[in-house]
Ligand binder design. Structure first.
Ligand code: PRX
Length: 634
């Protein structure tokens, strides 16, 4: 089959061709799909005044490739297996035929409610099959989906809905997460208080919680569905029409809407899915991510369905009802390919092997990780106890902006090395740059990771603000896409991601901007200023350490413990539980240079507990501040 890499030699040839003849290489991959009209030109690009077009002039509908195309050969094959939060609740499965029919019905629901091509649809839902159906239904009618992780607060949801000027919001009454039942609809109600663009809210019944339905705006999902036909002619889109917006954090305060388009994203998510995981036709594949993040978009929904795979969706959490849940699900469905985050592995490691030993895990063939660096201990535990020393681990490095996996072993083909993402996929040309922007050649070197040639699923713009996209990714190093990650290339030419070099922290595989958290902390009326840094955290990878200056007139020394709790609650309300600081230290000042810049390097060292090695502090406005922060450190 076109596109398949089966051994190291295939990889070497594919890689070489992809660099020497990128257009021919990607055109060949794109031939696998159904295009209503073939492209006129494979690639047009400019990294200076950023603009990239893949498969220019091509016309298609991505859902015809995810669904219709499979109906003849795989109509009765299971497309989606859904495992509920509560193991006692029945599961649900959808064949390709059934999924096609559900997507068509919901596409009609959207159209009946006035949604047309180009409209933005915000989706704030739990991990239920209707979420996947809604995503695909948007794509079917050419609407742009913007999925917002259902753990975000009303204010985070509100800013995303407003930025995207969404016409409709899809949600549910509530959500189950482990032992907790969460209300989602009241959060949507609060978020929409200041939105003028949203005309309708469609509400799925999940928890049967009592909720308010606003007359004229809110509609029940099941009632709308009952009126809809199961035939829907897919709307033709251009290869470069936006498929979705996904908000992600950066080093400045406001999350940005990463825009992905259709043709290139389709080709690359399919190609990377097949090859990285070495997917086989009858495999059961499970990615534990939430569809609220890019991993869920590319490797629960699009990549697997484009490949005609069986993709498992899990509503719950790894530790409910107990820490063996993942492994029980692997046995229950005889999962062959399992893809998760290092933070989940570390958390489960801490619960002990007794939760693993109850299960046989014999069906597993390939294991994957994503989202953050995997430490050696977690890698070995995963390899030995879950993979029983026989499953290759693919440590996949990529980003919301890259759309698909960029650096990773091909399972069972690329020799692995713990903590290394290893080698670039065909089509990906990574380089390491020094602080002057010069390419660092050779092996055994470190630098800032950039990509010097376009790949099909790369970010096209940041929604509504192309300048911001250019500034963020293409201005640090002229002519290169800058990833924000530091990276090492070792003696074997293998890449190891060292972590972010900007003010972005990675907490349990979730990306958060320090400025975004600081803005949230500063909402507290007694806070004058704050600075947030990441520090190594055993389970989360990085924890959040907040240094906070309070207004002396408003706060008594005896109130400090309460203030800390309030600061945490303020962040919870402003962003959501994922951004809650792990440690809050009230300080009398921050280490600033004479020009007023906070020296975060010092704050990071103190948070790490490495206080003997703070470097030169003589340029600080008030060096004594450092001593007082050190004394109060946690
Ligand atoms: O720092 C890298 C880290 O996660 C960042 C991207 O985060 P996000 O856009 O949320 O996407 C996560 C899922 C694709 C990167 O800049 N990262 C991601 N994967 C790895 C990683 N760091 C080390 N190893 C990885 N495998």
């Amino acid at each position: 089959m076109i596109g398949r890499i089966r051994n190291l030699e295939d990889y070497t040839v594919a890689y070489r061709t992809s660099v020497n003849e990128p257009e021919a290489f990607w055109a060949q991959q794109a031939e696998s799909f159904y295009w209503r009209k073939k492209w006129d030109k494979v690639l047009d690009w400019d990294f200076e005044d950023y603009n990239v077009n893949w498969f220019k002039g091509g016309k298609l509908n991505i859902t015809e490739n995810c669904l219709d195309r499979h109906l003849l050969e795989r109509g009765d094959k299971t497309a989606i297996i859904w495992e509920p939060n509560d193991p006692k609740e029945p599961n649900r499965t959808f064949t390709y035929k059934e999924l096609h029919s559900e997507v068509c019905k919901f596409a009609n629901v959207l159209q009946n409610n006035g949604v047309v091509k180009g409209d933005r649809v915000c989706i704030y839902m739990p991990m239920v099959p209707e979420l996947t159906i809604a995503v695909l239904a948007c794509a079917r009618i050419g609407a742009i989906h913007s999925v917002i992780f259902a753990g975000f607060s009303a204010s985070s949801l509100s800013s995303r809905v407003q930025d995207a000027e969404a016409k409709i919001v899809l949600t549910s009454d509530g959500a189950y997460r482990g032992a907790k039942t969460l209300d989602l609809k009241p959060i949507v109600d609060e978020a929409l208080e200041f939105s003028d663009s949203v005309e309708k809210v469609l509400v799925l019944q999940r928890t049967q919680a009592e909720i308010n339905m606003q007359e004229g705006r809110d509609l029940w999902w099941h009632e709308e569905l009952a009126k809809a036909d199961d035939q829907n002619a897919a709307v033709e889109t251009d290869s470069e029409d936006p498929l979705f917006i996904l908000y992600t954090s950066g080093s400045t305060g406001k999350p940005k809407g990463v825009v992905h388009t259709t043709g290139g994203y389709m080709v690359y998510t399919w190609y990377s899915f097949l090859n990285v995981f070495q997917y086989e036709e009858n495999d059961v594949y499970w990615c534990t991510a939430d569809i609220g993040w890019i991993t869920g978009h590319s490797y629960i929904v699009y990549g697997p369905l484009l490949a005609g795979a069986t993709s498992l969706m899990f509503e719950g959490v790894p530790t409910y009802p107990d820490a063996g849940r993942f492994w029980r699900i692997c046995d229950k469905y005889q999962v062959n390919i399992f893809y998760t985050a290092p933070t989940a592995i570390r958390a489960l490691m801490a619960y002990g092997l007794e939760h693993v030993e109850l299960y046989d895990l014999k069906s597993l063939r390939v294991l994957g990780t994503v989202g953050e660096p995997i430490n050696s201990e977690a890698w070995h535990w995963y390899h030995d106890h879950i993979g029983k020393n026989k499953c290759p681990i693919v440590d996949t490095w990529w980003q919301t902006e890259t759309g698909g996996i960029m650096i990773s072993p091909m399972a069972g083909i690329t020799p692995t090395k713990p903590t290394y993402a290893t080698l670039p996929l065909p089509g990906i040309q990574p380089v390491l740059l020094d602080s002057e922007g010069k390419e660092i050649e050779g092996k055994g070197v470190e630098g800032n990771l950039c990509i010097k040639f376009p790949w099909p699923s790369m970010i096209r713009t940041t929604y509504g603000d192309h300048e911001r996209c250019k500034q963020t990714y293409f201005s640090t190093y002229k002519g290169y896409y800058f990833t924000g990650d530091g990276c090492k290339r070792d003696e074997d030419g293998y890449y190891r991601i060292l972590g972010r070099v900007d003010d972005v922290i990675n907490v349990s595989g979730h990306r958060l901007g320090t400025a975004e958290i600081e803005n949230a902390i500063n909402l507290h009326s007694a806070v004058v200023e704050s600075a947030v840094v990441g520090y190594p955290h055993e389970i989360k990878g990085q924890g959040i350490y907040a240094y906070v200056i309070c207004d002396g007139d408003m706060v008594e020394a005896s109130d400090l413990e309460d203030i800390k709790k309030e600061v945490i609650a303020t962040v919870n309300k402003a962003i959501g539980p994922i951004a809650k600081p792990d440690k809050v230290q009230i300080v009398r000042g921050l280490p600033k240079t004479r020009s007023g810049k906070i020296m975060r390097r010092i704050l990071r060292k103190i948070a790490e507990g490495d206080t003997n090695n703070l470097g030169d502090t003589s340029t600080l406005l008030d060096p004594s501040i450092v001593e007082s922060i050190k004394e109060g450190a946690q």
